[in-house]
Ligand binder design. Structure first.
Ligand SMILES: [Zn+2]
Length: 211
């Protein structure tokens, strides 16, 4: 398999993650996610295309089978690294996500396999994102859900401010909540026996499933 630079690996992984949440990835999604110039992105995409790892049609991007294999391996490595940091080392889920960005590139296959074993083959990362192949995610955004009872499936974007807010309101994967009211700016939920008003920008990042 080709040796890719870290930035190229990161682009493949981002395409995978955008595809799994939104269905298709666009060039503009990558420009926003990495805050780089269109020129930088298009060079990287040309390289990935010439290696046969992505297809480009109009502005849409698709991983080829080879691209998917590399992306899945990286995503698995990232999510298992996070679990190692939170579950074994007791690191909080914000730092775990940041450090996993570095660790995901370094593990040889046999060590990654060993990490997986030690962790007991987890189905998701600490933020609820599935280890590739282990779980089908069915859910909806808390911001768009009808009133009723739900279970939290995942925090979608693992950005620091979002994870801090999720923590503040006690919104963790696996938690149950009742959606009591919703408006354009905020929603009212009951979680952990308390009523909380959640800004819509936070609710847009929480995926839930009806219980
Ligand atoms: Zn995660």
């Amino acid at each position: 398999m080709v040796e890719l630079s870290e930035p190229l690996e990161n682009y493949l992984k981002e395409i995978y993650e955008i595809e799994s949440i939104n269905g298709t990835a666009k060039v503009t999604d990558l420009i926003i996610a990495f805050q780089v110039s269109p020129g930088t992105i298009s060079k990287a995409l040309e390289r990935l295309e010439s290696l046969g790892l992505i297809d480009r049609k109009n502005k849409r991007l698709r991983l080829t089978d080879d691209g998917l294999r590399i992306a899945e391996r990286l995503v698995r490595s990232h999510r298992l690294s996070e679990r190692l940091l939170t579950d074994i080392l007791g690191i909080d889920w914000i730092r775990a996500h940041e450090i996993a960005h570095r660790l995901e590139h370094i593990w040889p296959d046999d060590i990654l396999q060993r990490i997986d074993e030690v962790l007991g083959f987890p189905k998701t990362c600490p933020h609820g994102h599935p280890i590739p192949g282990r779980l089908e995610i069915h859910g909806e955004l808390l911001s768009k859900a009808k009133l009723g009872k739900y279970k939290i499936i995942m925090i979608i974007k693992e950005e620091e401010w979002i994870l801090r807010k999720a923590e503040e309101f006690g919104l963790f994967p696996g938690k149950e909540l009742t959606l009591k009211n919703s408006s354009n700016n905020e929603i009212l939920i009951e979680v952990n026996g308390k009523d909380e008003s959640i800004p819509i920008m936070v609710a847009e990042q929480v995926m839930v499933d009806g219980t």
